[in-house]
Design a protein around this ligand. Structure first.
Ligand code: PLP
Length: 392
């Protein structure tokens, strides 16, 4: 299986021979519990001597296939899926940290991840700090003998900064520090953090992996099989953030076209980024595929494509942003990303509103930024909609 290329793996990865009843699609096992032949069978299943299923909070065949497929796509030993990206992130962080440990995160993160790290983890005796991880020297000076975990997204939500996964991982492995990367924006089609030295990869599978805007899901993939076993049976099963089998089945369906969708998303995004760059009403465009973008060279090195999220700053003030986003017809004002529909949002008033004005100023972030998740419509229609809205 490992020899197959990406699109083949997104359709067949993790397959174990024939499906039940010779079905082409792996069936949806919509059952909460599984029956045992006798007590001995039950006890052997509980003690992992027998690989049968017990209860869908612990394991389910449809969900298990999704886990194996995602592990194949990311090149990991195994995977655990969760009921949302945030369930995956919070469970992974809790499983990897203990009181007294120190976590360093990149200074810009998806808003809810930022809140968990800033406000929730410290309640459990974990010290957290935020550093600009695009500058490796800052990380070198930030690491202490208690640092056990580094956490970041690349590309970063919402300003698309690029963090050098290999450079951070090399530094961390010499200090015995684990590296966790949220790979939601790039997807395994464009970037494999484990192959660049990271220990754990996280996804909001709500986004591109599912791709159809009808599911919330999350995933944790790791190089270490033992860690995945611990995460599954001590954190997923016991904390209970389980993905429903139906949603697992939908994500499996979405994955079949991941490579095709990503290519089309990116083709559209590169046209739109160029259009925005030349627009007189736009101050600045954030897209890793633009040659003058700060992270371009690292993105080119560690990604096989630049993805399809573009942020940009509209000239003027809040009223100008309001007028522009409210004048759009085809493009919808909504959080989330990675769907067939093009979506726009205003991060520092919506998803990232927990960042204070002072924090934004310190990090050089402009509140006027809007984030566009470029969909699969014809790019000419997306550009025409942006054009009429920006002209107002
Ligand atoms: C980069 C990133 N990570 C994690 C999440 C959280 O995922 P979910 O909404 O599936 O919980 C999001 C959501 O937007 C995200 O953009």
């Amino acid at each position: 299986m490992d020899d197959y290329k990406f699109n083949t793996l997104s359709i067949h990865g993790g397959d174990e021979g024939k499906n039940p009843e010779n079905a082409l699609n792996y069936p949806l096992f919509l059952t909460s519990t599984f029956t045992f032949n006798d007590l001995e069978h039950a006890e052997k299943t509980f003690s992992f001597e027998c690989k049968d299923y017990v209860y869908t909070r612990g394991n389910n065949p449809t969900t298990r296939l999704l886990e194996k497929r995602l592990a194949c796509l990311e090149g990991g030993a195994d995977c655990v899926v969760f009921s949302s990206g945030m369930a995956a992130i919070s469970s992974a962080l809790l499983s990897l940290l203990k009181p007294g440990d120190e976590l360093i995160a990149h200074q810009v993160l998806y808003g809810s991840s930022y809140k968990v790290i800033k406000e929730v983890l410290p309640r459990y005796g974990i010290k957290t700090s935020f550093i600009d991880l695009t500058q490796i020297d800052k990380l070198k000076t930030g690491i202490t003998d208690k640092t056990t975990l580094i956490y970041f997204e690349t590309p970063v939500n919402p300003n698309l900064e690029i963090i050098d996964i290999k450079e951070v991982s090399q530094l961390c492995s010499s200090h015995n520090i684990k590296v966790v990367v949220d790979n939601t924006f790039a997807t395994p089609f464009y970037q494999n953090p484990l192959k660049l030295g990271a220990d754990v990869v996280i996804h909001s599978a709500t986004k591109y992996l599912n791709g159809h805007g009808d599911v919330l899901a999350g995933a944790v993939i790791a190089r270490d099989q033992e860690y995945i076993h611990e995460l599954k049976f001590n954190y997923l099963t016991e904390l209970g953030g389980v993905l429903s089998p139906f949603n697992s089945w939908l994500v499996l369906r979405g994955l079949k076209t991941l490579g095709l969708r990503m290519r089309e998303h990116e083709k559209n995004a590169s046209k739109i980024a160029k259009y925005l760059k030349n627009h007189p009403g736009i101050n600045r465009v954030y897209y890793p595929g633009l040659q003058d973008f700060k992270g371009y060279e690292i993105a080119k090195k560690q990604m096989s494509g630049f993805g399809a999220i573009i942020s940009f700053e509209i000239m003027g003030g809040y009223q100008d942003i309001k007028r522009a986003v409210e004048s759009l017809n085809l493009i919808k004002l909504a959080v989330s990303l990675g769907d067939a529909e093009t979506l726009i949002e205003y991060p520092f008033g919506m998803t990232h509103r927990d960042y204070s004005g002072q924090e934004l100023a310190r990090m050089g972030l402009n509140k006027n930024m809007v984030r566009l998740s470029v969909g699969l419509e014809n790019y000419e229609d997306i550009i025409a909609d942006l054009d009429q809205a920006l002209s107002k």
